[in-house]
Design a protein around this ligand. Structure first.
Ligand SMILES: *[C@@H]1O[C@H](CO)[C@@H](O)[C@H](O)[C@H]1NC(C)=O
Ligand SMILES: *[C@@H]1O[C@H](CO)[C@@H](O)[C@H](O)[C@H]1NC(C)=O
Ligand SMILES: *[C@@H]1O[C@H](CO)[C@@H](O)[C@H](O)[C@H]1NC(C)=O
Length: 342
């Protein structure tokens, strides 16, 4: 029944869902072979990327079955030059698979990219994290699970933080408890996060990574006003950010600041990743792709809103001198298919 309702809604609100996997596969074959007007890369990009994850996955599955391995290899040859983040994503059937693949690549032997690890781990909800872990097990079926691989590549406080996020054991209710927020504040404020985040059970696990987002937002708010509650009044105003930066350094500080920013406003955080990525060379290009590709079908509309609207985002992508032409067209196609209400 739910499935029926979803299909009904999709047909009504997402006209691009109307194409069947069979007709999509036919379009793909024609685009690859330049039927009828000769090969045109823009046409191939539209066929490949102006899709939801599921549509693309089914299209390629049918394409491979119908036209064979040679045609499938031809597809990969045609898209051999854009960044990995765009190419590898075409075979994933959900954003959880995409995230899992990005994590797997980021922790690979050839190419350890801490930023990718942080970026994904600090922003995914517990529900998303559980799906990513399942997908990771399928992708890395002969290896370790996600938490195991994280344990291998990290150490110290950083490892503790990432493993707590990997556990995905956050309260998922909307319940907000002011007394509890005040208590958490008090602990962090008076003893400092190093003490709290140490080996103490009451530490990092039970506060920062287990409370729900609303509860944490309240706690951060109280935190900056806490001076007024404190018996041991200090003169300077401290925020959770200033306390983190005075107690941590290097990667631990980076990841905690990223996490706090994401807890305060996740869509805004992603919009900033895109904004900064658009003028940050090849690394930035990959970050923009990851953000838009992985949030397609999730909170992409909210992110686009935080960015200032779809027109502005499309214009900024078009203007960017750091993105390949292929990337620009692909990102705009993803936006068209996954952000109809933007
Ligand atoms: C390729 O296709 C695009 C989109 O359909 C079109 O705007 C463009 O003119 C075509 N280019 C050539 C060389 O035919
Ligand atoms: C997604 O793909 C994986 C492997 O490629 C498969 O095991 C899984 O069942 C697929 N999920 C859906 C919903 O199609
Ligand atoms: C894109 O470039 C044009 C021309 O330089 C400029 O007028 C416009 O404001 C830019 N748009 C954005 C969103 O940066």
């Amino acid at each position: 029944m739910l499935r029926f309702v979803l299909i009904f809604l999709s047909v009504n609100y997402l006209p691009s869902i109307l194409g069947s996997p069979e007709s999509d596969a036919k379009d793909l074959n024609e685009a690859l072979n330049g039927i009828p007007n000769g090969y045109n890369e823009s046409v191939l990009i539209t066929v490949l990327y102006e899709k939801t994850y599921e549509q693309r996955y089914k299209m390629i599955e049918v394409f491979r079955k119908t036209y064979g391995e040679e045609a499938y290899n031809q597809l990969w040859n045609k898209i051999s030059y854009p960044p990995t983040e765009l190419r590898r994503g075409i075979m994933d059937n959900s954003s959880a698979y995409y995230d899992a693949k990005m994590l797997f690549l980021a922790m690979g032997f050839l190419y350890y990219d801490e930023h990718v690890l942080f970026e994904i781990m600090v922003t995914r909800t517990s529900q998303e994290m559980r799906e990513i872990k399942k997908a990771y097990d399928i992708i890395n079926k002969d290896g370790m699970d996600l938490c195991g691989d994280i344990e291998t590549v990290t150490s110290g406080d950083l490892e503790d933080i990432l493993l707590a996020l990997c556990e995905a054991d956050r309260d998922e209710s909307d319940r907000v408890d002011e007394k509890l927020a005040l208590r958490d504040c008090c602990l962090i404020y008076e003893y400092g996060p190093t003490y709290i985040f140490g080996t103490d059970e009451e530490g990092i696990n039970s506060i920062l990574f287990k409370r729900n987002y609303k509860q944490l937002q309240l706690m951060f708010e109280i935190f900056s006003e806490y001076r007024m509650h404190a018996r041991l009044a200090t003169l300077e105003t401290r925020t959770i950010e200033t306390v983190i930066s005075s107690e941590y350094s290097y990667e631990e500080e980076d990841i905690l600041q990223m996490y706090i920013k994401a807890v305060k406003n996740r869509a805004g955080y992603f919009a900033d990743l895109i904004r900064e990525g658009l003028t940050d060379g090849a690394k930035g290009e990959r970050r923009v792709i990851r953000t838009i590709f992985s949030r397609a079908g999730n909170d992409l509309p909210e992110i686009v809103k935080e960015f200032g609207g779809k027109d502005k985002l499309v214009e900024s992508i078009t203007n960017s001198t750091d993105l390949l032409g292929f990337t620009k067209q692909a990102l705009i196609a993803i936006l068209n298919a996954n952000c109809e209400k933007c």
